[in-house]
Design a protein around this ligand. Structure first.
Ligand code: ADP
Ligand code: MG
Length: 509
């Protein structure tokens, strides 16, 4: 086994961290000597450029550049086809190029090959998205130790750094994703109490609002509406730079050029803040929900942490301070906390799997518990005859967990089979249309039963979130069957090995 790292595979920026010889988590620099790497990939003939080099060419080769791929993670419908070659790439494959670039760079920086990694994911990622992330790691040639929720990782880095005990709230607003998590931390234990997020809310959306503002002003001054994708891509870069400036200055200029007309458009922070108020309200709504779901009031929260680059916007700080009734703690580095926590958790997992817990330094995280971020249940027939969801494991239940329910029953006289459908949904009693079916199995009863004959269903969820379902016929306590719901596979094993071979020889740089 070579070096073990923690990887924050972000929508817009990624980072790698490893444990130093003296037992501290440290960011591993990328090949450019930077702490974070843009999650951007450029296809240039046979060459695959990742990071800064790719991002720098966004305006000139937009048809060959892919960014924000994490938003498509776990989707089978998304493929990227570069203009300049005839390849086509799914989200796992593109993410694997990013991971390979990060890991190759980390191996060089550490002077040892990196073989194992723990990769972080947003807390609200479902089974398919988590699995796709693991597959990306495998395709990149890694031994994936597992996935870990980003806010858990952030809190781990925080707890380890300061030895804090109490209830922690993490507000993470990154480039393309948002989530809020409440957890209890102390004596080396981090437990998530509740978590919720929005997959389509991040700095990207603030950039969009700013682009609209600038374009409206440009047209107002007599400019032609801009539709050219290369010009828009260049504008996006300049607008993002202006947004960063607005975090520290009261105004920032954006230059817009099109059809021979160049305008300097100055945006004030006030303009920006009032144009993005709806986005901020969406975060406020989720923030309040999560605390309520935890059964807490803001007065019960001891620490509020801000994670993600977008939390550098002053309006985020004031919103969180106003809603939470306390100043957020800004000692956690918003861009690095997740990777640092992942490195610590990776070390803990490795130590546990090798029974080396004793080697973990005193006071270190001994257990990092996690929760199921989406409810798990089975489909049942309602009294009205329609199929509805029966929730067995509620969202935010700490894993590992086990729940047995004896209330199920056969529905027809002479029934000899059970059609067991496993659902993923947060709501009990909802129509099946609002659930995600994770697996279906037709199980045979030992003999036909009358309607209403009792059936037991046991759900066990392990630390990796793999769900094990066992069904018992309570009429004679006979075993009916069991199923293992591995996270819904997005790619088949064969596809993963093909892509792994291909990626190993790809010219990723
Ligand atoms: P992710 O985890 O989603 O990859 P990050 O946490 O790295 O994202 O945050 C990236 C986002 O943060 C980008 O949208 C970027 O524009 C934004 N960002 C970074 N620094 C600042 C800043 N000083 N002011 C406002 N936004 C910022
Ligand atoms: Mg992030």
């Amino acid at each position: 086994m070579g070096r073990v790292v923690g990887i924050d595979l972000g929508t817009t920026f990624s980072a790698v961290a490893a444990m130093s010889a003296d037992g501290r988590a440290e960011i591993v620099h990328n090949r450019d000597g930077k702490n974070t790497t843009p999650s951007v990939v450029l296809f240039d003939g046979d060459d695959i450029l990742v990071g800064e080099a790719a991002k720098n060419q966004i305006a000139s080769s937009s048809g060959d550049i892919v960014s924000y791929v994490k938003r498509h993670m776990g989707s089978r419908d998304y493929v990227f086809m570069p203009d300049s070659s005839d390849g086509s790439y799914g989200p796992e494959h593109i993410s694997a190029f990013i991971l390979k670039y990060l890991v190759d760079g980390a191996s060089e920086a550490l002077g040892e090959p990196v073989t194992d990694a723990l990769i972080t994911v947003p807390a609200y990622f479902d089974e398919g998205q988590r699995n796709a992330t693991k597959q990306a790691g495998v395709i990149a040639g890694l031994n994936v130790l597992g996935v870990l929720n980003e806010p858990t990782a952030a809190a781990v880095s925080y707890g380890i750094d300061t030895g804090f005990e109490g209830t922690v709230l993490v507000y993470d607003l990154g480039g393309g994703t948002f989530d809020v998590t409440v957890m209890k931390s102390g004596r080396g234990v981090v437990d998530i109490v509740s978590t919720e997020g929005d997959r389509n809310l991040g700095g990207f959306d603030f950039d969009n609002v700013l682009i609209e503002l600038v374009l409206r002003e440009f047209v107002g001054r007599g400019g032609q509406p801009i539709t050219d994708t290369a010009i828009l891509a260049g504008l996006r870069e300049r607008v993002e730079a202006a947004k960063l400036r607005l975090s520290t200055s009261a105004s920032a200029p954006v230059f817009v050029s099109s059809d021979g007309m160049t305008e300097k458009i100055v945006i004030t922070r006030e303009q920006f803040e009032s144009a993005t108020i709806d986005l901020m309200l969406r975060t406020e709504y989720i923030l309040e929900n999560v605390v309520e779901a935890a059964g807490l009031r803001f007065a019960d929260i001891d620490k509020v942490l801000l994670v993600g680059g977008s939390t550098r916007m002053p309006m985020v700080r004031s919103l969180v301070a106003r809603v939470a009734g306390r100043e957020p703690d800004t000692t956690v580095h918003p861009d690095e906390a997740v990777a640092l926590g992942a490195a610590i958790a990776a070390e803990v997992r490795t130590a546990h799997s090798q029974n080396r817990e004793a080697e973990l330094a005193e006071g270190k995280t001994v257990r990092i518990s996690d929760v199921v971020s989406h409810g798990l249940g089975v489909a049942i027939q309602s009294s009205a005859g329609t199929m509805v969801n029966y929730l067995l494991i509620k969202p935010n239940t700490t894993i590992p967990c086990q729940i047995a329910v004896d209330d199920f029953g056969t529905v027809a006289d002479g029934q000899s089979e059970l059609n067991v459908q496993i659902t993923e949904s947060d709501e009990d009693g909802c129509d099946l249309r609002y659930t995600n079916i994770l697996g279906t199995s037709l199980l045979k009863l030992s003999q036909p039963r009358p309607a209403g004959s009792p059936i037991r269903v046991v759900f066990s969820c392990d630390i990796d979130g793999v769900l094990h379902v066992e069904v018992t016929d309570l009429a004679d306590n006979s075993y009916v069957g069991e199923m293992e719901i591995l996270r819904t596979a997005t790619l088949s094993d064969a596809e993963v090995s093909d892509l792994t071979r291909e990626t190993a020889s790809a010219a990723v740089q």
